[in-house]
Write a protein of this length. Structure first.
Length: 339
């Protein structure tokens, strides 16, 4: 199976069969630059430095003769055919490398977990996919003008089927319209993404702390990290109002069975456990690992964030290693230590 190495970052991934190099990179959570994925825009142009490639998809973008002589090609239209292929390509290092996008999409389904929680899947057109980093936010617009700012819950490796975790809240027009209808409005408009992500940092130990649907952006990040088969340890603590509000437990069990580096703990408010009592041993474990080699990703409502933040300050956890997720465009709060 051909192996592709990307310079200057040194990322490597396998390219199977007639899979394009871009498809293989995204499947391996390598964030190469691209736009349309259909050979029209030319944004995924890269340079071959070693090995052999083969065209497997038609493309309309015109490569200049000088580009061809330099070894330039489109990642979305070529596959690797020699055992070791080395390319020079641009990788997204952070949110500033991801363009603002405006896409008309459709609602594919709403899986209702219970009366007030659902998993919403939105599908973009094949020619207008959403490029994003793990856990970033977008704004969704319904034809009725109801809107919602939501974190993306799915992995960036699937840029067409975008998942969101939605709680139906009294007085919220967006969730009420979706939960109260047997049919889905079309189109649904996507604007974004925004918000940085902590994915570029490699840390031996990461604590993921979520309350309610704050699990969504952390799920996106965890799935991306596990797809990389990173040796770094991930421990998830997921808090909720009630046991019936936990969803995707089967996914967590599958991750726990498949990856020795992943583990999780569930806790509800109604079982008498205090968040600080549950988390203090975990923070002490991070202390034993050495704080400088640990980080915490935190997502949930403000009272939950405040309670965790107070505990971390008491335990002298460095704020530079704490990342707080927020969905408000004008109030992106992580990393808080760099504000």
């Amino acid at each position: 199976m051909p192996t592709v190495t990307v310079n200057p970052g040194g990322q490597t991934f396998n390219c199977e069969g007639k899979q394009t190099i871009l498809e293989a990179a995204l499947s391996a959570s390598v964030s190469l630059n691209y736009g349309c994925r259909t050979g029209t825009c030319g944004l995924c142009m890269a340079r071959l430095q070693q090995g052999k490639i083969e065209k497997v998809r038609h493309f309309d973008f015109t490569l200049r003769e000088a580009d061809k002589l330099n070894g330039d090609f489109l990642l979305c239209a070529h596959t690797a055919v020699s055992p070791n292929v080395v390319i020079q390509a641009f990788e997204a290092a952070g949110s500033s490398d991801i363009p603002w996008q405006s896409i008309d999409a459709k609602i594919r389904k709403l899986d209702r977990i219970n009366d007030h929680i659902g998993i919403l899947t939105v599908q973009t057109p094949r020619t207008r996919r959403l490029r994003f980093l793990a856990g970033q936010n977008v704004r969704l617009h319904l034809p009725s003008n109801a809107t919602a700012d939501l974190p993306i819950a799915s992995c960036p490796c699937d840029d067409r089927n975008i998942e969101f975790h939605l709680r139906c809240i009294t007085g919220d027009a967006f969730s009420a319209e979706l939960f109260g209808s047997g049919s889905f409005p079309a189109p649904i408009h996507i604007e974004g993404p925004w918000g940085p992500d902590p994915g570029g940092m490699e840390m031996p130990y990461t604590l993921c702390l979520a309350f309610d649907t704050g699990f969504a952006p952390l799920r996106s990040w965890m799935e991306q990290q596990l797809a990389k088969e990173s040796p770094d340890r991930i421990k998830l603590y997921w808090f909720n109002y009630d046991e019936s509000d936990f969803y995707l437990i089967n996914l967590l069990d599958a991750w726990s069975d498949a990856f020795d580096t992943f583990d999780y703990h569930l806790s509800t408010r109604n079982n008498g456990e205090q968040i600080s009592a549950v988390l203090e041993p975990a923070i002490e474990s991070a202390r034993n690992t050495a704080f400088e080699h640990s980080r915490i990703l935190l997502a949930g409502p403000e009272p939950f964030q405040d309670e965790v933040h107070t505990l971390l300050r008491t335990l002298n956890f460095p704020e530079s290693s704490l990342f707080i997720h927020t969905t408000t465009p004008g109030n992106v709060e992580f990393p808080i230590g760099n504000q």
